[in-house]
Design a protein around this ligand. Structure first.
Ligand code: BGC
Length: 431
């Protein structure tokens, strides 16, 4: 007879992140930041955003485009007095659920993708006298000014050809041109930067912005020195490589679009959590701990989403019947145990990197620090926000009171509008 508990215990050990291993990750993360800051080869970057924190005087109506990898959202945002209101918004998936289009696929094109984005923004701008747009583009980019940026590489399994190495601003502006639109893209920013802007607009003590959603990444405010202006810098922390991978992580990485890249993101991001759980469940089935029928239902790669994991872990919070794989009650319980392990590990790894950044900014943690976080894991997955905070406490038992983690709701939308306000003001003074 199979000892299910023994199988689960082995998996628990394989994914273990005890306090010491988290402390080691924090120290290594801080070290990788120093290496990157010194201009040496590191798995982290210090990508410039050309934006500093808002001063609170950002006012007016701006357009925002939020392109993160799953859905695209266009918004009309009103800013004033350190608060914001979304006046209009429209969103659309990048992959049609009925399979009519998929702008993220290898057989789509840059032109199709950017025409789709331009149409969505124009539909929100219609009838309005607002033309200044902040564009959140949530991928690693090499930025040379507020609106000049080139995509370094796609992440989150996006494979649209003709965009890597190209100017993102030019691609969108050309699409507006094709539509005869007067919209001007004033700034392009990462979603972590948007999150930091939005969080610090509401609470000026925030100095770190992070996304725990489909993807994972963090940015921070670099105070600058020796003539270097203060600026928000994008770490592309999803690419952090000094984390030890379990057998399942290695399996997932090998089958991914970009093996070897985005190691941390493949352990933290919502794009991947369901797939890790699925791989574990298949192994559990091979060891006899999950039924053969359950294994058949989980055979398709990426058939488990983070929403499915939430359903298995917290069935009482959701209405039945649900979409996605239908498992027996016993199999659901096993998958729920695996989902708990994987989601908890995600929060703990992200927390370890936050401590690494805090150590880089203030080694003895003498000050009080605030981190603004957004993303579907943080805002929607029950328990995730608490696990993040608890892990910081566990890593820094004596100083944990000095670290605050706050929700930065809608950072990539509101943040894009704030960035547009900063950029428009900057252009006005420069001209
Ligand atoms: C991208 C980052 C982004 C993060 C969260 C990652 O895949 O590389 O630029 O901030 O996802 O959306």
């Amino acid at each position: 007879m199979t000892d299910t508990q023994a199988v689960l215990q082995d998996m628990r050990e394989e994914l273990e992140t005890d306090s010491n291993s988290l402390r080691k990750i924090s120290a290594d993360f801080c070290e990788e930041m120093k290496i990157s800051a010194a201009g040496r080869k590191s798995s982290l970057q210090m990508l410039p955003s050309f934006l500093d924190l808002p001063d609170g005087f950002e006012t007016g109506r701006f357009l925002a485009l939020d392109f993160g990898g799953t859905n695209v959202r266009a918004m009309l945002v009103e800013l004033g007095n350190r608060s914001s209101a979304v006046l209009k918004q429209r969103s659309a998936p990048l992959r049609d659920p009925d399979g009519k289009y998929d702008y993220t696929a290898k057989d789509s094109s840059a032109e199709e993708l950017f025409d789709f984005l331009a149409r969505l923004v124009s539909s929100v701008a219609e009838g309005e006298l607002v033309y200044y747009l902040g564009h959140t583009f949530s991928f690693p980019c090499h930025q040379t000014s507020l609106s000049q940026t080139k995509l370094i590489r796609w992440t989150k399994e996006i494979a649209t050809p003709g965009v890597e190495g190209q100017g993102v601003g030019e691609l969108l502006q050309a699409a507006f041109h094709r539509l005869h639109s007067r919209i001007v893209q004033t700034v392009i920013l990462n979603d972590t930067v948007g999150t930091l802007l939005a969080a610090s607009y509401a609470d000026p003590s925030v100095e770190i912005g992070s996304i725990c959603g489909t993807g994972h990444n963090t940015c921070f405010r670099d105070k600058g020195n020796n003539g270097v202006q203060p600026m928000i810098r994008n770490l592309e922390s999803g690419n952090f490589s000094k984390v030890s991978m379990s057998v399942y992580d290695r399996q997932l990485d090998a089958a991914s679009e970009k093996p070897g890249e985005q190691r941390l993101e493949k352990m933290v991001g919502g794009q991947y959590l369901g797939e890790i759980v699925r791989m574990m469940a298949m192994n559990a089935a091979a060891a006899g701990a999950l039924s053969a029928g359950g294994a058949d239902d989980l055979i398709q790669p990426y058939c488990l989403t983070t929403a499915d994991l939430a359903f298995f872990m917290y069935p009482a919070l959701f209405d039945r019947p649900k979409k996605g794989p239908h498992l027996s009650v016993q199999d659901e319980k096993i998958v729920a145990v695996l989902a708990n392990l994987v989601c908890r590990r995600s929060a703990r790894l992200a927390a370890a990197t936050y401590v690494g950044i805090l150590k880089y900014l203030d080694f003895n943690l003498t000050g009080v620090h605030t981190i603004g976080v957004d993303g579907s894991l943080y805002t929607k997955l029950p328990g995730y926000a608490a696990q993040l905070q608890e892990a910081v406490k566990e890593i820094l038992p004596e100083r944990s009171g000095t670290v605050r983690i706050v929700a930065a709701r809608d950072g990539s939308g509101i943040g894009a509008a704030i960035a547009a306000a900063i950029a428009t003001r900057q252009k006005y003074f420069d001209s």
